[in-house]
Design a protein around this ligand. Sequence first.
Ligand code: PMP
Length: 350
Amino acid sequence: MNFREYIRKVEPYVPGEQPQNSRVVKLNTNENPYPPSPEVLKAIEGVSLVSLKLYPDPDCTLLRHTLAAHFGVGDDQVFVGVGTDDVLATAFMTFFNSDRPILFPDISYAFYEVWANMLGIPFEKKPLTDDFRINADDYTGENGGIVFPNPNAPTSILEPVSFIEGILDRNRDSLVIIDEAYIDFGGESVIPLVNRYDNLLVTQTFSKSRSLAGMRIGFAVGSPELIGYMMSVRNSYNSYTMNRTALAAGVASVRDQEYFEKTRNAVIRTRQQAVLRLKEFGFSGPEPAGNFLFVTHEKMPAREIFTALKERGIYVRYFNKPRIGNYLRITVGTDEEMETLYEALGEILA
Ligand code: PMP
């Protein structure tokens, strides 16, 4: 017997590159190109150094209350965590414990499979259609739960609320998690449905539309029953996941609605222009609803474009995977960053 036989060996999630060179035009990990609200900076400065000797509020009372008021739900309907990744991992641990497989799309956020493997949860990947849509008919019958992003990643395709409702109706006995990491860039959230569907958990993040990827804040909204179970699981492995600075930053961000709308709208405007510009270069792809575009080129293979862009200091995301190996995922940057991208594409595709 050797301890190595008993080590938990996992296939980890591989995040996009985080180059340390700040001159890189970074369009590879769907961050927001704009800084967070100035109110966030003030809030961080307002956290007294001496307060850091004390543990933070384990119930995250003020941030949960601020989010609850924002979405018109009860404080006991909100769970907060260290990014959606932490929130989703907690949800998987809490809700996906049956012998039946959980269901998610074959082309989706790669972390779902990683968590399922790590936690020993059986799963089935349901293929997207040829035009990368989620087929609602795949999400019926006995299952151990359902999870997918809306808009989906990396396709950026949005499904309407009625589509989600259809899946919820057909799965009254299963927990359905809708990962709304990118919903603020043009989609309608299903948070208002949580009081009608006791099997719905909606997650969102501060990493994208709120420009706070570095602060690590995510949250889930659901019934008080679901949130209560998640809190119990969280309190069984780490009661203090949210630090004082993150809690203060989160509250300030939610309160500055005007800044949120301004930067969100700027990203949407730049995205609309990007659709047209990329089309002129011979790219095509689904109508994007997130802060990123999913595109393929009529002539040049995606991998070659990816490499040529990288040589010019422009990072986009390339997935060496079946079905999407000829696509690029390009995060929407500032107008200036996008101009740099178009210039480079002009050279590469000339
Ligand atoms: N869900 C999806 C679909 C994502 O693309 C991401 C970002 N990588 C996340 C969740 C996690 O976001 P975060 O942990 O930064 O909140």
